[in-house]
Design a protein around this ligand. Sequence first.
Ligand code: ATP
Length: 249
Amino acid sequence: MDENHTNVEQELAGDGPDTLMRLTDVWKIYKMGDVEFAALKGVDLEILHGEFVVILGPSGSGKSTMMNLLGCLDIPSKGVVELNNRDIAQMKESELAQIRGQLIGFIFQTFNLLPTLNTIENVMLPLEFQEADPDHSWKRAEQLLDIVSLGDKKYNLPSQLSGGQRQRVAIARSLAVDPKVILADEPTGNLDSETGNYILEFLSNLHQKEGKTIIMITHDPELTKYADRVVHIKDGMVDNIEIIKREAM
Ligand SMILES: Nc1ncnc2c1ncn2[C@@H]1O[C@H](COP(=O)(O)OP(=O)(O)OP(=O)(O)O)[C@@H](O)[C@H]1O
């Protein structure tokens, strides 16, 4: 087994330190011709394995920029982003792709379902990328659709589902490879409050019962109620970090 392979296996197993991700003096500077814009300005942040962290900030504060770094979709202009103590800027693209495909489940505000694939095909997609056995993928997708109460909508196209149902398909898809981390960008942004609440409770359940690390990005303070910590960001900087102490349930 080569060294890179071993490293990815460790990343995926979550072996090692308590800290899943560490951002140290992270800057992201976008260049538009001669003009530069600093979207993140020296962010320091640690995310622990098994935490539910909400990153909260107004529009333009740098949340999506941060999500791209936490999701290993981008690297910083300055500073270091580490995943299990390894600098992501030093990893090969193939290794980052494997991490994105197996360690992290992504959920987006706009659901990002493929319109020409039906519900079960959308859920199976990440497994197909991992070249999983098709029978196994089908069974796993069926099981996940049952979990999100959409067992009877397997053959519907996304256009034949409500917004809340589409987001439940997207959640089932994000869980297909059983990732350790769920990265959710405004997951309830396009949903009414009742449906949004269902999605939030579902994520909280994944955190409490299955120990998944949940990183959720939002502008809405109402969505912080299940978080262990809330990271407030403002103008590309961490304004403060709030630790939520909940009554024992
Ligand atoms: N590719 C880019 N080129 C130039 N500037 C960018 C780019 N992407 C983002 N920005 C700028 O960086 C800042 C932070 O953007 P970002 O999308 O991270 O904010 P956000 O908090 O996610 O906002 P929203 O809640 O509105 O999605 C904004 O001022 C934005 O205009």
